[in-house]
Ligand binder design. Structure first.
Ligand SMILES: NC(=O)c1ccc[n+]([C@@H]2O[C@H](COP(=O)([O-])OP(=O)(O)OC[C@H]3O[C@@H](n4cnc5c(N)ncnc54)[C@H](O)[C@@H]3O)[C@@H](O)[C@H]2O)c1
Length: 261
């Protein structure tokens, strides 16, 4: 018997941590409903998972659009018979201060990073209630606790995810729905690669940047998406039955110190 036999999991984001989580939950026996806007990543995940024993649906969806999330939940529930797990990993990562960030970019960060969590919960929780409970894991960030410069919109969304996680947990605990967040430090994914490339674009030495980022973490390296997926899988599983309303850092010790030597 695997951890997620008989379970149906909706995962947003089909690259990086979302991809690693979809793979981990599928390996644990869950049927997967994966939602993302990256067409190439969607096609690759579809080819990889749709032939899996339990099955997977990979849906091209913008998770900040209400109708698209409603339809993804409905199609997934029709195909697999219900919904037990939601993992919200989709996000955008704009750079800027509040003076350099235009309102459209600000609103997009809010609607993708936070609004999508509202939407998957809004449409997904009634389905979980029908199953007698479920688990939601939101991917936040260490930047929800302490942030870098020039990421005002992104960091704000990550703090909001911590708060929304607590609100969801309190409101739905008695329905058997547990809600937690994870806050990663630097993890080797496309978002970090974009940070590594920075202003040097394609000429950047990405591995050198990863080494530099890694040295800022007490453990001496950046993390891997599979390590985050493992924590998410634990929080989704029945082993985490007493965990709700909390955030779990997975940051190589980054936020344990104050960074002054
Ligand atoms: N990689 C890190 O260092 C790091 C650190 C802390 C937190 N995080 C968080 O981890 C999560 C996953 O990011 P990642 O590191 O795997 O990077 P990523 O870029 O691989 O993942 C983000 C995914 O969201 C998708 N996406 C963006 N807008 C969307 C939309 N409107 N609809 C549907 N999908 C959309 C992207 O296509 C992408 O697949 C994010 O919430 C990110 O903020 C990452």
């Amino acid at each position: 018997m695997k951890d997620f036999d008989g379970k149906v999991a909706l995962v947003t984001g089909t690259t990086g941590i979302g991809l690693a989580t979809a793979r981990r939950l599928a390996a644990g026996g869950a049927a997967i409903i994966a939602c993302g806007i990256d067409r190439a990543a969607n096609a690759a995940l579809k080819a990889e998972l749709e032939s899996s024993a339990v099955g997977a649906l990979v849906i091209g969806a913008d998770v900040s659009v209400p109708d698209q999330v409603r339809d993804a939940v409905a199609v997934g529930v029709e195909r697999f018979g219900g919904l037990d797990i939601i993992v919200n990993s989709a996000a955008v990562h704009p750079y800027g201060t509040v003076t350099s960030t235009d309102f459209e970019t600000w609103n997009k960060a809010m609607s993708v990073n936070v609004g999508s969590i509202y939407l998957t919960a809004h449409f997904g929780i009634p389905e979980m209630v029908r199953r007698g409970g479920g688990a939601i894991v939101n991917v936040a960030s260490v930047q929800g606790f302490a942030c870098q410069q020039n990421v005002a919109a992104y960091a704000t969304t990550k703090g909001a995810i911590h708060t929304l996680t607590r609100a969801l947990a309190l409101d739905h605990a008695r329905s058997g729905i547990r809600v937690n967040s994870v806050s990663p430090g630097s993890i080797r994914t496309p978002i970090l690669e974009r940070a590594a490339r920075g202003e040097n674009g394609t000429d950047a030495d990405v591995e050198a940047a990863y080494k530099r980022f890694g040295e800022a973490h007490p453990i001496g390296r950046i993390g891997e998406p599979e390590e985050v997926a493992e924590l998410i899988a634990f929080l989704c599983s029945s082993k985490a039955g007493f965990c709700t309303g909390a955030d779990y850092k997975i940051d190589g010790g980054l936020t344990a110190g104050i960074g002054v030597k």
